[in-house]
Design a protein around this ligand. Structure first.
Ligand SMILES: Nc1ncnc2c1ncn2[C@@H]1O[C@H](COP(=O)(O)OP(=O)(O)OP(=O)(O)O)[C@@H](O)[C@H]1O
Length: 672
């Protein structure tokens, strides 16, 4: 298989390098000696020969003899088992404890995680050897105490590393998708988090073994580790040091053994890191060229006939700040019916994504979601409302899909695509492995991935950007969702692939009668896909209108400015693109009155003093503007001449101020 052969080539390459060869030879020698040395040389090492006390090196005793005439070389070889064995045991204790502490935030939730994080921070601040000495005193003198001491001293560093990497992986979209899919914490940890952090952990563990070996030798040397009559390298070093002026070779032998064994572990860690480093560079390059997003998934639930799929009233999302609270979503109301596509459009920061995340129950503490109503398929999703968590989890997991935007984080890079799709039906429908796999291949074909059977066995980096996105949509429809929430699903794609993906979403909606909540900053794209459009500004819906009305009958000056900023075939290409001047307000510092007033060409004193409510002025049409009636009823055809009326300025969006927040028309975009 190409993946396997590629991976094995890298490992073979790393193993054949001078570093790889040295590390492998040293490690194998140390491990073999640890096993066989006591079997072969134990008798010789323990044989007391009073006639040969403190002899120098000779052919019979290569590094001489000790105070009791015992052969030091044989003793150093025999001590390999205890020295290496105890170091490995201490490392295992350290790694396990570190893993448990580092993954605690994922398993126990944020609050417990914060306490444990604080504990780790305190522990990490102490040098490991100092901690080892501290624990050695607590656990008592002897090998057992030293193992525990070194193990617990290793744990904080490992916990910190695990915690950091877990947090990084946890913020990626495939984890959010798994959570929407209702996959439990333990399983997310085992299937999605640990495989993605395993490689650096293995490298650190190998290097930690080298450090544990040195620490153990130090404790034994100080008399806190292995006690007579047992002996390890640390103890032999101590004994040899007493005679160093008589014959230095005796002391050196144990010292060299410690150095060589520690090198064996550290170099092995380096070699593994290099093999992985090659791989990450490769994967990174592939990922850079990829573009896409992601879905979580779903499964059929009997639908209550004409009840809306999703009913949201006065949704608010807040976060605590140093001076109180900021509320980036300030009272959004919307309804999505079966088979209906609703678009949410607005500039960056208007609260579109937070609205989607709040609906999918993905706002994490300390974020707070409040709503007068938040019903999905008749179930009340609001926090604190008496609901069985398991039922809610199942409902969201089976009936709601999320498609995310981020091209880099859409699929779990360590799992084959087919397996990721199959997991959805295995989790919620208890399908057996083969059935789930067949369904995954079937869904990949349904989203027009050629050679679905073969592709299902590949890893995400082998897919092109558009293909990964289609695979994500395939995952989204693994279990027949009732609602798909797509957050900027085509932003990172080129125009052709974008069109294919939009078509695919439209087909799925038509064929499966799925509701779609489609979020985009691009009014053109929303116009192509949706039946209705909600325009968001500063955390509120400022206009709600059918897509047909978007072009010629929008009433809010902001909507009109968004539409007018999109170039079309009649746009004068010699003039710079039109942009909306100024930037959206900061949710921390909203102006009094209508938040759009500072940018609005129609703003009056009333606008600057009173915030207009979203008001229904015709069936299915709502607007929040004091001057909705004054606004020209349509965008005139000659948009260049009318840009001023729409509040646009001519300017190079790249060169002008506040570029990021302005709507620049997509290249090659079409009018809705
Ligand atoms: N965890 C958070 N804590 C505090 N503020 C947040 C948090 N997440 C988002 N915000 C703020 O909420 C506002 C709305 O964010 P949101 O991501 O919903 O915007 P958006 O309209 O989706 O923009 P974009 O198109 O760039 O994704 C932004 O000002 C953002 O800085």
């Amino acid at each position: 298989m190409p993946v396997a052969s590629h991976a094995s080539k890298r490992w073979i390459g790393a193993l054949r390098s001078p570093l790889g060869i040295t590390a492998a030879v040293l490690l194998v020698a140390v491990l073999v000696l640890a096993v066989v040395a006591p079997l072969i040389w134990q008798g010789r090492a323990d044989a007391v020969q009073s006639a040969e006390i403190l002899q120098g090196p000779s052919s019979a005793h290569p590094v001489g003899t000790d105070l009791l005439g015992r052969d030091i070389f044989a003793r150093v070889l025999v001590a390999t088992r205890l020295s290496v064995g105890l170091a490995l045991l201490a490392t295992a204790i350290g790694v396990t404890t570190g893993l448990l502490l580092g993954t605690a935030p994922v398993l126990l939730g944020r609050r417990a995680g914060r306490w444990i994080g604080a504990l780790i921070n305190i522990a990490v601040a102490f040098p490991a050897l100092l901690l080892a000495l501290f624990f050695a005193v607590i656990f008592g003198v002897g090998a057992k105490g030293a193992v525990l001491a070194i193990g617990f001293a290793t744990a904080p560093g490992f916990a910190r590393l695990t915690q950091t990497m877990t947090a990084t992986v946890s913020s990626r979209d495939f984890i959010a998708a798994a959570r929407v899919a209702g996959i439990g914490r333990m399983r997310i940890l085992a299937r999605h988090v640990l495989p993605n952090i395993a490689e650096p952990l293995v490298v650190s563990a190998t290097m930690a073994a080298g450090t544990a070996l040195l620490s153990f030798a130090s404790l034994s040397f100080l008399g806190l580790g292995v006690q007579a009559p047992s002996y390890d390298w640390g103890r032999l070093l101590g004994e040899g040091l007493a005679q160093i002026y008589v014959h230095p070779a005796g002391a050196l032998a144990a010292g060299i053994a410690v150095v060589l064994a520690a090198m064996a572990f550290n170099l092995s860690g380096e070699a593994v890191a290099r093999a992985i480093g090659l791989r990450s560079t490769h994967a990174g390059k592939r990922a850079e060229t990829a573009t896409d997003h992601q879905i979580a998934q779903s499964e059929p639930e009997p639908d209550a006939s004409d009840q809306p799929l999703l009913a949201v009233q006065n949704l608010q999302v807040s976060f605590p700040t140093a001076s109180g609270e900021v509320t980036p979503v300030r009272g959004v109301s919307l309804t999505v019916r079966k088979g209906e596509a609703i678009g949410i459009v607005g500039e960056s920061g208007s609260g579109k994504s937070l609205t989607a995340l709040a609906i999918a129950q993905l706002i994490e503490r300390p974020g707070q979601v409040r709503a007068d109503r938040l019903d999905f398929l008749g179930a009340d999703l609001r926090e604190g409302v008496e609901q069985s968590k398991n039922e809610l989890r199942r409902l969201l997991g089976t009936s709601l899909s999320m498609v995310f935007q981020d091209p880099m984080t859409s699929l779990n890079p360590t799992q084959r695509v087919g397996r990721q799709l199959a997991e959805v039906v295995r989790e919620h429908q208890g399908a057996d492995r083969r059935t789930a796999w067949r369904r995954a291949v079937d869904r990949l074909s349904a989203v027009r991935i050629p050679g679905a059977e073969r592709r299902a066995r590949q890893l995400p980096h082998e897919f092109s950007g558009g293909m990964r996105q289609r695979a994500m949509i395939g995952m989204g429809v693994m279990a027949n969702p009732k609602l798909i929430i797509a957050d900027e699903p085509t932003t990172a794609l080129d125009v052709t692939v974008q069109r294919q993906v939009l078509q695919l979403l439209a087909n799925i909606r038509a064929a499966e009668d799925v509701g779609l909540l489609f979020i985009s900053h691009d009014v053109t794209v929303v116009g192509q896909v949706c039946d209705r459009v909600l325009v968001m500004y500063a955390g509120r819906v400022v206009e709600d209108l059918p897509t047909e009305a978007l072009l010629h009958d929008a009433r809010h000056p902001y909507t009109r400015a968004l539409v007018a900023a999109v170039p079309d075939m009649t746009t004068d290409r010699d003039r710079p693109l039109a942009v909306i001047p100024g930037r959206p307000p900061d949710p921390h510092d909203l102006p009094t009155g209508c938040p759009y007033a500072p940018r609005c060409p129609l703003a009056s004193d009333q606008c600057r003093q009173e915030d207009p409510a979203l008001t229904t002025y015709a069936a299915g049409r709502r607007v929040a503007c004091w001057h909705a009636d004054l606004a020209p009823a349509a965008v005139p055809d000659n948009r260049t001449a009318s840009d001023e009326t729409n509040g646009l300025v001519q300017g190079d969006p790249v060169a002008s101020e506040n570029t990021d927040d302005q709507i620049a028309a997509p290249l090659g975009g079409e009018r809705p």
